[in-house]
Design a protein around this ligand. Structure first.
Ligand code: GLV
Ligand code: MG
Length: 349
């Protein structure tokens, strides 16, 4: 058992105070780039103007013989590039890899005041978060950092899904969790080679028509990921951290990506990863509440005054609970409008 009175105390003498609340900022897309690639590094300031979060990836997709180049490239970006108000995150290598320790020690030493969030892959349980939490506290103290680095877990192992609520609550540094369908599929021995999205074999078939055994029976494709996403959204919101859809690997399937991101948004996710520039616009469109819905939400709030009682709007009942639903929508829209002039105009704020 951890003493709840100690939860918000630094884990090392001289480390900054752990955060009390997660600061909610627009994070519609976490845009992945390879910091070992010089051409990509040169484009970072331009990319930063188009996205909410830029993430220098050190883990999967960076070949083993390019890991050190990627780490050095990220340090160069963090210490020299002008990112405006765009957040810089990194995905470090997993705890059991040969690169984890130097990823953390070198990044905190050289760029701990620039990198806001460390994304930790293949998290199995709260013990993984606690380990990184302690290590970060020691390094923050050593390098005199003034603000704590936050942790974002990837939910991509079967054991991680079993433990997701404990992972979300493991440390006040927890900022959010992303769903990682590729590693998760492998860990669960699912029979799909896709990265996110649906599968044509995962269907429910309609019943046979009575007395017509030959009549065709339609099928409806089901969502492979609903259970996992819903658990993740609850685990995150239960403790005030943010849930994200992760990668959608079929870059050419723009519609499939948009549908998958939108389902995640409606279910409660605040953003998704963009792996290709074409996915930035999709995430922007999907994770900004639709202007018509925001306008209706504003009408609900206006009609409900201080938020209690009951009124009818266009034949729909509104009460204290729908006022709260409307407030979620308007608060997100206002936050996005403050960052994105195009959406500000669309909302008429
Ligand atoms: C992401 O890291 C995934 O494995 O899907
Ligand atoms: Mg993965």
């Amino acid at each position: 058992m951890r003493n709840p009175r100690d939860f918000l105390k630094p884990l090392a003498i001289g480390a900054p105070l752990p955060p009390r609340e997660v600061v909610v900022k627009p994070s519609r897309m976490i845009h992945f780039f390879d910091p070992g690639n010089e051409r990509m590094r040169a484009r970072v300031p331009e990319m930063a103007q188009q996205v909410d979060v830029l993430l220098g990836n050190l883990e999967d997709a960076v070949a083993a013989d390019r890991k050190l180049e990627a780490r050095a490239g990220l340090i160069e970006v963090a210490t020299s590039a002008d990112l405006g108000d765009t957040s810089l995150w990194t995905r470090i290598n997993s705890l059991d890899s040969p690169w984890f320790l130097d990823d953390v020690t070198e990044l905190v030493a050289a760029a701990g005041n620039r990198i806001e969030v460390f994304m930790l892959p293949k998290v199995q349980g709260p013990w993984d978060i606690e380990f990184l939490d302690q290590l970060l506290a020691l390094l923050e103290a050593k390098h005199h950092l003034e603000r704590p680095i936050l942790i974002h877990a990837i939910l991509e192992t079967a054991l991680g899904v079993v433990n997701v609520a404990e992972i979300a609550a493991a440390s006040p540094r927890m900022q959010g969790i992303s769903f990682g369908p590729a590693d998760l599929a492998a860990s669960r021995r699912m029979k799909t080679t896709r990265v996110g999205g649906g599968h044509p074999g995962y269907v429910v078939r309609a019943d046979p028509v009575a007395d017509q055994p030959e009549a065709p029976r339609g099928t409806a494709q089901q969502d492979l990921w609903h259970y996992t996403l819903a658990r993740m959204v609850d685990a995150c919101n239960a403790v005030g951290i943010l849930p994200f859809y992760g990668p959608f690997g079929d870059i050419a399937d723009v519609q499939g990506c948009e549908d998958q991101f939108r389902s995640a948004f409606i279910l409660g996710c605040v953003g998704a990863w963009s792996l290709h520039p074409s996915q930035i616009a999709i995430a922007k469109r999907v994770f900004s509440p639709p202007p018509a819905e925001v306008a209706f939400a504003k009408r609900i709030m206006d009609a409900m005054g201080e938020g209690s009682g009951v009124v009818m709007l266009d034949g729909k009942m509104q009460d204290d609970a729908t006022y709260k639903q409307a407030k979620v929508m308007v608060d997100v829209a206002q936050m996005i409008a403050a960052k994105d002039p195009e959406m500000k105009a669309a909302y008429g704020f």
